[in-house]
Design a protein around this ligand. Structure first.
Ligand code: PMP
Length: 410
């Protein structure tokens, strides 16, 4: 057995320049990681290095700079492949992020494989980006969107999920970790059940990939989407992983340069994967920055990151639970580093503003998950979301900050 690394969090914090700044004269306590995480210096440096020393368009030109940039860009693809433990690098398609990856599957796979009477099964805790693309597909094809329910802790009811699988189900689209609740879904089990019913499964890994080891082969899923900016990488880059045989069988999504083999006015033939799904000039520098971020995470160890964040979540949860008038929304037994809560008699927006004045960055609102808010009959929550650079001391500052909000509004 390999021994798990332990994290040197103080050293890690020094790798993230922004964590040293103050906000409203107070040390920044950044607890909005589920929305977007901060960037280590190696990511910032990688992007700067490309533009200062190597930048050119990829894949096309015959010159030295283009060859160097192409090599880095394709290295980035291999970095994503390693991060997800994908079998082949051609299974990795660069996208703008999770949203674009899901839309790609909904449109390219969906239009070729879904028709009237078919069903797409999602869960009650999906982010809008894993609801709306499927609604659009259903509208275009006459298919039906089916929703597997959760219980009042925010846990998926597995039996009910299985009951909703049928020969009509073409695809399950589910979140691995809910951004609004923190719930971790049993994706491997869900994949087995989906396949037994003859359906494929797409996983929205936006909140999972930055916080736990992902192995798409062990999970046994068919498509996996994640965003670079939540995984300590740049904004505007992310990836879709799909099983090669599925991607090969899918028609292209967007048309343009790079995705073709040959074009005439009469007929166009398409490129091989992954290029078939990467029309136009890609986000070169940010893909290279993403690779730097993923390699940084791998060096710290995803198992160590998960264990540290889990312990931090338990500590922070116990701290905020002591606060009278605070209700946590999302109390599943298996949770990642998200604490969503409401305060009796206080609007989430007001709480967010008072916390901000204390240097504490949280998110308030519906977290792009309106159906989750409806289910819990709340208009909005305050969400503190943790990263591996957060500390117990910061959890204490959060708890004290919330008490201050209550004092001001009592
Ligand atoms: N799914 C989940 C669970 C998310 O948390 C988010 C981002 N909040 C998304 C999808 C969409 O990610 P992006 O905006 O990076 O495309």
């Amino acid at each position: 057995m390999t021994q798990m690394k332990t994290l040197d969090v103080e050293a890690i914090r020094k790798d993230f320049p922004i964590l040293a700044r103050t906000v409203h004269g107070k040390p920044l306590v950044y607890l909005d990681n589920a929305a977007s995480a901060q960037k280590p210096r190696c990511v910032i440096d990688a992007i700067r290095h490309v533009y200062e020393h190597e930048y050119s368009n990829v894949h096309r030109a015959a010159h030295e700079l283009s060859a160097a940039t192409t090599e880095k860009f394709e290295h980035a693809r291999r970095a994503v492949q390693a991060f997800l433990n994908a079998r082949e690098d051609r299974e990795i398609i660069f996208t703008r992020g999770t949203t674009e990856a899901i839309n790609l599957v909904a449109q390219a796979w969906g239009r070729a494989n879904v028709s009237a009477g078919d069903e797409i099964l999602i869960t009650a805790m999906e982010h809008h980006s894993n609801i709306v693309p499927w609604q659009m597909l259903c509208q275009a094809t006459g298919a039906k969107l089916v929703v597997a329910p959760m219980d009042d802790t925010g846990t998926l009811i597995l039996d009910e999920y299985v009951k909703r699988l049928s020969p009509r189900t073409r695809l399950v689209a589910c979140v691995q970790v809910s951004n609004a609740l923190g719930t971790i879904n049993p994706v491997a089990q869900m994949a087995q059940a989906a396949h037994k019913a003859g359906a494929l499964i797409l996983v929205d890994g936006a909140q999972a990939a930055p916080h736990q080891r992902i192995d798409v082969q062990a999970l046994g899923v068919d498509f996996y989407a994640f965003s670079g900016h939540k995984a300590y990488g740049p904004t505007g880059i992310g990836a879709l992983w799909g099983r090669a045989e599925l991607l090969e069988a899918m028609p292209p999504w967007q048309g343009g340069g790079e995705m073709i083999k040959s074009v005439s006015f009469e007929q166009t033939t398409y490129n091989v994967i992954p290029h078939k799904f990467e029309a136009g000039t890609p986000n070169i520098a940010d893909a290279i920055g993403l690779a730097a971020g993923l390699e940084y995470l791998a060096a710290r160890g995803m198992d160590a990151i998960e264990a540290y964040e889990h312990e931090l979540l338990e500590y922070a949860t116990a701290k905020v639970r002591e606060i009278p008038g605070l209700r946590i929304i999302g109390t599943s037994a298996r949770k990642a580093g998200v604490i969503s809560f409401v305060l009796e008699g206080i609007h989430a927006a007001d709480a967010g503003m008072i916390l901000d004045q204390q240097g504490i960055a949280v998110r308030v609102g519906q977290h792009c998950a309106e159906p989750v808010m409806d289910f819990f009959k709340v208009r909005a929550t305050v969400r503190a979301s943790f990263a591996f650079y957060n500390t117990r001391a910061e959890a204490d500052v959060l708890a004290a900050g919330i008490r201050k909000v209550q004092e001001l509004f009592s």
